[in-house]
Design a protein around this ligand. Structure first.
Ligand code: HEC
Ligand code: HEC
Length: 374
């Protein structure tokens, strides 16, 4: 009996697919983990308490629907419009090209995500890595556009450089809808947890405005290099190499900057709870873009949500140092591409050769105590 029912169910599901959009319910967002959490640990609670938290969950869902809409009727937080054709276009593009990795909710839980490393970005935390803004700030709109156009080199994030100008804006705006919705959801869940009630009217408006302010402020904080890039010479590369060792970049990126390729130093998890890995700086592939100014910004501002620190203050007195590091990193990749041995301490102008000056092949297994077992 049960079998036949399952068979019927699967037939139903299968037959629903081709009929698809016309017949099925309109697409909807599902509650985030932090909202589900509100009722997750209530086994011993009395019925009244369970009802209270279920009611809070429903209220959160209603607030989100009112302010962010539904997947195919999206609203930009803060703009009280019911009908926005550009955002609806964004939804259509997102559904076709992004959902399989980033998920309907933008929480990075698309059906492909489990096979991918690094994981697709969970937008709902409002944290982005590849920004031209100072550490801890939101990205500029143009940063998100650049990421979508260029992709993230060395990861599964594809480049969508054939999108028309208006389509790329539409899909990035849709990503913003999901991001702001996720940020609001997270905050409402926290308030519900702490206060057992939710803000409305002015209280809610204030919360929303504060979120939007952070985005607005960041859009005005472009990090421009403090000094112009000096010409790249053997000297700037050698000084960059010295700085790389002096400021312990190698502690995470490994000797020669090879990061992951020599087995990683343990560096903990990122803001999304995934295991982090320092970039292989010799691969010639840069997730955040390979222009010198991109690499400069990664060093100056660090990388949000990851262990990569910002070195803005470290080099405040000597801003050229950041360019010298950029030159060393560029040269390291170039040497590797040409099959030359990596720069070693022996190449440093005034450093005596040391134990650690062995060619890279030998140190792969025993370089550092922090290594993971292969
Ligand atoms: C095959 C999987 C895949 C698809 C399809 C995909 N992405 Fe991504 N995306 C990723 C991964 C993986 C990352 C994270 C890269 C990292 O952390 O370095 C990412 C990161 C991002 C980021 C964050 C960049 C930052 O600064 O943190 C944005 C924005 C983004 N994707 C937008 C999109 C959009 C828009 C689409 C569709 C047009 C899309 N992605 C399609 C896998 C994908
Ligand atoms: C505490 C560990 C740590 C230290 C110290 C560190 N990094 Fe990083 N770095 C990382 C991690 C982790 C990433 C990769 C972040 C990501 O994309 O997930 C990274 C990424 C980078 C990138 C971006 C590469 C890309 O793909 O775009 C550059 C450039 C870089 N680091 C340079 C440096 C330099 C130069 C120093 C020293 C002045 C340094 N790092 C020190 C952990 C570290």
């Amino acid at each position: 009996m049960i079998r036949t029912r399952n068979l019927w169910l699967s037939l139903l599901v299968l037959s629903a697919i081709p009929v698809g959009c016309r017949r099925s319910a309109p697409p909807s967002f599902s509650p985030g983990e932090e909202v589900l959490q509100l009722t997750a640990e209530l086994e011993d609670a009395d019925a009244e308490e369970v009802a209270l938290y279920q009611d809070l969950q429903e209220q959160i869902s209603d607030i989100l629907k009112e302010h962010s809409g539904t997947p195919n009727k999206p609203k930009m937080l803060g703009l009280a419009e019911d009908d926005n054709p550009a955002l609806q276009r964004g939804y259509a593009i997102y559904t076709r090209y992004c959902t399989q990795c980033h998920g309907v909710n933008g929480d990075g839980k698309g059906p492909l995500a489990k096979y991918l490393d690094p994981k697709p970005r969970d937008y709902t935390r409002g944290i982005f890595k590849f920004t031209s803004t100072p550490y801890g700030k939101k990205p500029r709109h143009s940063d998100l556009i650049r990421t979508v156009r260029q992709g993230v080199q060395g990861t599964s994030m594809p480049s969508f450089d054939r999108f028309t100008e208006s389509d790329v804006h539409a899909v990035v705006d849709y990503v913003l809808v999901l991001t702001l919705r996720g940020e609001l959801q997270r905050e409402l869940a926290m308030i519900a947890y702490d206060d057992e009630e939710l803000p409305d009217g002015e209280g809610l408006t204030e919360i929303i405005d504060a979120k939007l302010d952070l985005w607005e402020q960041s859009s005005q904080q472009l990090v421009m290099p403090v000094t112009a890039m000096p010409p790249m010479t053997d000297d700037t590369v050698a000084v960059g190499h010295q700085l790389f060792l002096k400021f312990a970049c190698n502690k995470c990126h490994g000797k020669f900057g090879r990061g992951g390729s020599l087995g990683n130093v343990e560096i903990g998890t990122d803001a999304w709870g995934n295991k982090g890995a320092a970039a292989d700086l010799s691969s010639g592939m840069f997730r955040g873009g390979s222009r010198p100014v991109d690499i400069y910004r990664r060093i100056y501002s660090g990388i949000n949500g990851t262990p990569m620190p910002a070195f803005e203050t470290t080099f405040k007195e000597n801003p050229d140092a950041i360019w010298q590091l950029v030159h060393f990193i560029k040269a390291t990749g170039e040497r590797r591409r040409q099959g030359m041995s990596p720069l070693s301490e022996a190449d440093l102008p005034s450093t005596a050769p040391t134990e650690s000056n062995k060619p890279p092949a030998e140190e792969s297994a025993s370089e550092k105590p922090g290594h993971e077992a292969a």
